[in-house]
Ligand binder design. Sequence first.
Ligand code: ADP
Ligand code: MG
Ligand code: MG
Length: 906
Amino acid sequence: MSNKFIYVFGPSKTEGAADMKNLLGGKGANLAEMCRLGISVPPGLTISTEACTVYTEQGAQSIQKLIEADVKQGMAFVEKEMGKKFGDAADPLLVSVRSGSRASMPGMMDTILNLGLNDEAVAGLANKSGNERFAWDSYRRFIQMYGDVVMGLKPESKEDHDPFEVIIDEIKEKQGVELDTDLSTADLKQMVNEFKAMIRTRLGREFPNDPWEQLWGAVMAVFQSWNNDRAVYYRQMNDIPGSWGTAVNIQSMVFGNLGQNSGTGVAFTRDAASGEDIFNGEFLINAQGEDVVAGIRTPQQITLEGSRRWAELALVSEADRAAKFPSLEEIMPAIYKELLKTETALENHYKDMQDIEFTIQEGKLWMLQTRSAKRTGAALVRTSVEMLKQGLIDEKTALLRVAPDRLNELLHPVFDGQAIKKARLIASGLPASPGAATGQIVFFADEAEEWVAQGKDVILVRQETSPEDLRGMVVAKGILTARGGMTSHAAVVARGMGKCCVSGAGSVRVDPKARTMTVDGVVYKEGDWVSLDGSTGKVYEGKVPTKDAELSGDFGTLMELADRYKRLAIRANADTPEDAKVARNFGAVGIGLCRTEHMFFEGDRIKSVREMILSQDEAGRRKALAKLLPMQRGDFEGLFLEMDGLPVTIRLLDPPLHEFLPHDEAGQTAMAKEMGVSYDNIKHRVDDLHESNPMMGHRGCRLGISYPEITEMQARAIIEAALNAKAKGRDVKVEIMIPLVTTVREFNAQAKVIRDTIAAVFKERGVEISYLLGTMIETPRGALVADSIGKQAEFFSFGTNDLTQMTLGFSRDDIGKFLPFYLRDGMYEQDPFQSIDQKGVGLLVKMAVEKGRAVRTGIKLGVCGEHGGDPASIDFFHRVGLDYVSCSPFRVPIARLAAAQAAISN
Ligand code: ADP
Ligand code: MG
Ligand code: MG
């Protein structure tokens, strides 16, 4: 840790820069960078994240003592830049106090504006600006924010309103006005008095009048907010360590509330929902700070094009639009031009889509923030591909910029076009974040959590959302708000999560107390079903059916690019021809795991399977197996036909037999009848097969070793299916895999049964085909003796689910009971069944890879556990030199991208 805690920025001196995010937070670093680029930024100072760490460890007094002198010096710098004095009664310097951590956490922590105002300074500000209303509007805002953030005046319960808003609403009602901007100076003065009285009553102390006391209170509150519930939760969700801390920015104020030639806004250099390369954003005239995002008034669009698109969606006529909601481009063309120039310069400088905040003070433009914009998965793909085509970034950057898991959003279903035509449209809002969502209405975030915990799908309906609603937004299928624009909290957060959101559906009246939403006189209650289309902003009654998304265009381009960089091949785990087809469409180049037993449950087959298991002798088993043979052969043939030209790995029967048995009386009675034996006989046999620890019991190759006729039947089914497919002109690549091997003797015994059976089939048919015979490496012993196994087996497929289970001794089915504590206490950083434990299980994999390669050159090595679709695990498998990973069909595109990223980063 350095002993420099304060970094100033301004036109005459700037100490920070964009690459100092760890120390200055994203906001502070980028404010400094903008100063360096010569962009107009109100001067200020940043207190480093290291100070936050001192605050957390040693408390407010210690940190204040440590930085007090430097903060004073920094403030003196700002005073000089601005030609005003902090705490001056005649012409006060006012500042904002803004949090800003290393990773962007929009709206998660708190900001205070207009700090430095008090009863004397407000008069000075009025005098100096010649605008008394503005001075009192600033003052009331300051008290409101400070009262909330520093003094902790929040609503008393979730149904209650903000205590400040209650006072505002009362005054508005009394004066008969609807908008904040219609309040008179006298109203604002009264508001200030009532705010202060309320603070006095509720807290028993006065609102602080001393600017320095205000400043330190605000700084400490920002440090404190790093550990508030919603910030902690957001960090957990996004894997942001608590140790990072937040920086604090103290910045001289510029005022968007100085009248009709002032305003404030936010903008994106491209479209955050679709990724389209079109400058867009929203602003409000005569407004300050959060007004735009808080959805207090309907914001106006920045560009004319955007304004027209908005009007169409909001069902506003062109005449109304031009009169009531004109764009910035129309009303302030010079400012608009400058903004356009700035946004282009920023995007070119950072080489990424930016999310910017600005304020216009009496015809002058000030930039207040720039950051890499949060956007949907679709927008991530499109912006990356287009920036590549535009020459802004190179191929590697384009690939690295898309977090593989974000592709999930593009693979999600959309509403079925036919169904949508028939559905009843009840309201229209803004297409804030694309996707199709169907669920039951809930009005509160905590209730959304409760409902979802009960297994329900919910749509969270709010007047507007605030950071407190985050938990509810995370679990909801979609979010609907009555107020707020494309840059509202709900919209920004939903896009960041890739969650469907319709915002600003003006015709929706939300009554949280009554738990109803009313549209055109129709009342929808909590629990009623609605469907949201986040791509069109439309809200439908009831459940609208969905269909699969289409994958082409930019997505296809990105995938092709990924394939050019990756070294790992991506296969899929697929058990049926349908799965295989999906996998092929997603770009899988083979099947890495076909679980034969999945075919055993279909239709009547389970009866034959049970008969086989329950038979007392080999003859009985063979009889049952003979019934299964044609079914298995048919299944495999379907797979081979679908996977023409690509390898298909089929695993022999693996699960504990008890999974197939009838455990209830009815099932046992039915089986007794089927097999012509007594009920007692069956019951006895089921009890006999009971195991205390089935996952370590009679399963895997142990089955084929006890009952070789099962292996025989499966080998025959596979190879006959292959010959059938070959006869139909297909190029068949068969790989047969023996599960759960711990010693080469198990492998050899099973291999002999398989090879003999296949030789017999070849003889019968008079045709031959080549095939590979390999094994799963999924027991620790199997990995330890991989060299002796590798001399016999032609390929290894790491079954990392079982390998994890057996190496850690964690039962995958029981982990839910203790994993939450393990993650909480940091015993493991991640669920080891989701992301491979590289240090432990990974070591076994690495060792087995080396041993396998040492005894057999060109041995084929892959992985077929859940980990095959996890980006961090894929990075590991790339590094240990596997040939392929195999994952579920829907994760194939994610794995392709992750494999490319692994190749680029290592
Ligand atoms: P967040 O991290 O939630 O985006 P910010 O610190 O950016 O919070 O503050 C929110 C808003 O307050 C900004 O978008 C800006 O409009 C306004 N704001 C912050 N500082 C100033 C300032 N010095 N002058 C004018 N407005 C400001
Ligand atoms: Mg901001
Ligand atoms: Mg296994």
